[in-house]
Design a protein around this ligand. Structure first.
Ligand code: NAP
Length: 485
């Protein structure tokens, strides 16, 4: 382990500028998914510690809301620079707890840093508005204010960058935060606390608690001092949090599950589609919310695509992510491997053909082979369920309208992709897809400059882009009369 990795691996919670243990002294063990070995522990905090974290954030908000946009932009800029100076140790920490290849971990640290820089720039562009008044003797203006204390709950698949997309706009807007990271990957989030301290953020602006999800979530959603909850994770937990937030009418932003379609038309550049498909399927071992869940390939190019795609998938190097140049690491845990096994068994039972992979990797543990299944059918479970693993089901279609209908036949609406060289078709399909993100002839499209968010049950609100900061701002309309005009 690099010395700096050890420095950023905080085994404590951050509350009001103090690194603390849980009141009970209890801890959660954190393990490396590549070998099951314990890396360290973090506090198993609950309601009381969360309450104190919220109080610290509330106290810090009193003065933080009065900092200038320029001051906050400079804080964020310093955080960005610290991130970029420490890409290697932060990537090592991320890979140790999450399992993704180091090259992907470096990419995640870098894109997280880019979100921070983007919001440093956005901080200074929070404009209000002067509205033409319908009254001769009154003037009207609209201003933007920070919402107050926000709470962020994040998942294990992008433990660093998912938080960057929340604390970046929160700080830029002048909000203070209470953060609860996923129990399997808490260190990348706790590292943000250390980075914020190094960057000179006042104590209490970022507070981080680890531990019992339902207790921490219960306090966050019930406590009236919290004005907004921003969540990235499963649709199931997102719905629970929306319900819980109703009692105090908090704002919510939800980045939830996906079931991304990837459509390849007869007129597509097949080699380009295969390249995009590999990235859109096997990145992070298939464990991203924007990973392709269903491939729809038009009949004339079906055989060619399946052969080329399966050949490329079979070449992916699988192995521990801290050793060698592997393309695919382990899945996060045994339960994820079992779920993938169940989905593959269901597909085979219902007539699917395994073209490559289809079983646990010979390395054992949480490793699973990159898998391609042809002859996929709507009745197979992965037509409706998020796979979250390295399995690519390939369905055949004939007509363009069928592809759009099948792609939209899900309650999810996060990412979608399609490949065509026909401009008219590109517009028809892009407009026909009911998804928040559409990649046309591209398999990886996320960037801080663009809004990221799902339609339907994939979420509420946007992260990044010009839209991202507005999720952390309240609008105030002011009417000024008695002007003697
Ligand atoms: P998850 O089970 O929903 O957990 C996400 C976070 O919620 C974790 O921190 C978890 O804590 C916490 N949590 C669980 N139950 C809670 C409760 N009752 N109250 C408050 N917090 C609670 O999701 P996951 O398995 O970590 O992540 C995978 C899911 O995230 C997938 O569905 C994926 O599509 C989605 N995702 C979406 C996006 C997006 O931007 N749309 C991005 C990435 C991932 P513990 O870890 O302590 O249980």
């Amino acid at each position: 382990m690099l010395a700096k990795t050890k420095h950023y691996m905080k085994q404590a919670n951050l509350v009001g500028g103090e690194w603390i243990k849980a009141d009970s002294g209890d801890v959660i063990k954190v393990t490396n998914p590549a070998n099951g070995l314990e890396i360290g522990t973090v506090p198993s905090s609950g309601k009381a510690e969360t309450k104190r974290a919220i109080a610290a954030a509330d106290a810090a908000f009193d003065s933080f809301k009065n900092t200038t946009a320029n001051e906050r932009a400079n804080m964020l800029r310093r955080m960005y620079e610290i991130m970029m100076d420490n890409v290697d140790p932060l990537a090592e920490l991320l890979t140790m707890e999450q399992g993704k290849p180091l090259v992907e971990a470096r990419g995640e640290i870098t894109i997280g840093a880019s979100y921070i820089l983007w919001f440093a720039e956005e901080a200074r562009r929070v404009y209000g508005n002067v509205v033409p008044s319908p009254w001769a003797d009154r003037r009207m203006m609209v201003t933007k204010e920070p919402v107050g204390v926000i709470a962020a709950i994040t998942p294990w698949n992008f433990p660093s960058s998912m938080l960057a997309r929340k604390i970046g706009p929160a700080i830029a807007a002048g909000c203070t935060s209470v953060v609860k990271p996923a129990s399997q990957t808490p260190y990348s989030a706790l590292a943000w606390g250390a980075i914020a301290e190094e960057a000179g953020l006042p104590p209490g602006v970022i507070n981080i608690v680890t531990g019992k999800a339902s207790e921490i979530g219960g306090e966050i959603t019930k406590n009236p001092a919290v004005k907004k909850v921003t969540f990235t994770g499963s649709t199931e937990v997102g719905k629970i949090l929306i319900r819980q937030c109703a009692s105090t009418v908090k704002k919510v932003s939800m980045e939830l599950g996906g079931n991304a379609p990837f459509i390849v038309f007869n007129d597509a550049d097949i080699d380009r589609a295969v390249e995009g498909a590999i990235a859109a399927k096997y990145r992070n071992s298939g464990q991203t919310c924007v990973c392709t869940n269903r491939f729809y390939v038009q009949s004339r190019v079906y055989k060619q695509f399946v052969e080329k795609f399966a050949a490329a998938a079979a070449k992916l190097r699988v192995g521990p992510s801290l050793e060698g140049n592997n393309d695919q690491g382990p899945l996060i845990d045994e339960a994820s491997v079992e779920k993938v096994e169940e989905l593959v068994a269901d597909a085979v039972k219902r007539g699917g053909t395994i073209v490559t992979g289809g079983k646990r990797h010979s390395l054992g543990g949480n490793f699973y082979e990159p898998t391609v299944i042809s002859d996929a059918k709507p009745r197979m479970r992965f037509s409706k369920e998020e796979i979250f693993g390295p399995v690519a089901p390939i369905y055949k279609f004939t007509k363009e309208e069928d592809a759009i209908r099948l792609a939209n036949d899900t309650e999810f609406g996060l990412a979608s992709y399609f490949y065509t060289q026909d401009l008219g078709r590109a517009y028809r399909v892009m407009e026909g897809l009911n998804y928040g993100l559409v990649g046309v002839n591209e398999g990886v499209i996320t960037t801080p400059e663009a809004p990221f968010g799902g339609h339907k049950e994939s979420g509420l609100g946007s992260e990044g882009g010009a839209e991202g900061i507005h999720e952390y701002l309240d609008t105030k309309y002011v009417c000024i009369g008695g002007l003697g005009l």
